[in-house]
Design a protein around this ligand. Structure first.
Ligand code: SF4
Ligand code: SF4
Length: 260
């Protein structure tokens, strides 16, 4: 197994202008991006674009959350990463998808479908719709449409027809009061600045479930988690609400608490 990584240029990058990517991806002749369809605590939706965050080596992922702590910038980074990797084919497994507190704490929501496309941006737009999620309320999809990467008007479905009356997916707790998706892109930053304190979500640990494994603390880019007496202890100050901790917890001991 090759765990090495190399730095590659990202001319369209807005910060580092490069990404550190695992070598097997860089050396592959053909990249097939395979992912599960699910809701996600930070981004709301996780499909082909978000899955490519997996090409960043393990513990560098939390660092990237720390570099781009707000959803607008993080989504932009994801799009730039997707353009850098540029997979030839993306397959979204929606046979058994996930709703609720994804990416790891959600519940099963089977759609019994596989979605394959060369254009992962438009595919994510289509897949969000299948989940009953307005695609333009998902920041990375909205930016993909605005950048001309996703072209919803060109969707052409080949294969079985989509069943009618699909049940909408439950959103993660972090998104249930999130109305930032309704704010135009150019107002996102000033709006978020004022709304942040009211709308911010924080992780909350269920001490009865916590087994003190420390995986949340290892993955926290802001270093605001300590293990004390074999239980995780969170400090609100400094938390960037990335929910890496929730993603890593093996016993689903971390839930979401809204400041509002
Ligand atoms: S406590 Fe959790 S949500 Fe907050 S910064 Fe650390 S990993 Fe992210
Ligand atoms: S990852 Fe979960 S079980 Fe492990 S210390 Fe953190 S909260 Fe506890």
């Amino acid at each position: 197994m090759d765990f090495s990584a190399r730095t590659v240029a990202c001319p369209k990058g807005f910060s580092n202008h490069s990404f550190h990517i695992i070598t097997p991806i860089l050396e592959a002749d053909y990249v097939i991006n395979i992912c599960k369809l699910k809701t996600h605590a930070m981004t709301g939706y996780s499909g082909g674009i978000k899955n490519l965050f997996g090409v960043i080596p393990g513990l560098e992922k939390p660092q990237m959350h720390y570099l781009w702590p707000n959803l607008h910038d993080f989504s932009r980074m994801l799009l730039e990463l997707a353009q850098t990797v540029s997979p030839q084919l993306t397959i979204i497994d929606a046979i058994d998808a996930m709703e609720g507190n994804g990416p790891t704490g959600g519940t099963s929501h089977p759609l019994y479908m596989l979605l394959a496309a060369r254009d992962l941006y438009t595919q994510d737009y289509f897949a969000a719709n299948l989940m009953g999620i307005a695609p333009m309320k998902i920041e990375m999809i909205r930016q993909a449409v605005e950048a001309g990467l996703a072209r919803p008007s060109e969707i052409a479905l080949i294969g079985d027809a989509v069943p009618e009356n699909l049940t909408p997916f439950q959103m993660p707790d972090t998104k249930k009061l999130d109305f930032t998706g309704n704010v135009p892109g150019f107002l996102q930053k000033p709006f978020l600045f004022f709304a942040q304190r009211l709308m911010k979500s924080y992780p909350q640990v269920n001490r009865d479930k916590c087994v003190g494994c420390g995986r949340c603390a290892e993955s926290c880019p802001a270093h605001v988690i300590k293990i004390e007496n074999k239980k995780a202890k969170f400090r609100k100050k400094g938390c960037i609400s990335c929910f890496c901790c929730q993603e890593m917890c093996p016993v689903k001991a971390i839930s979401v608490k809204k400041a509002l």
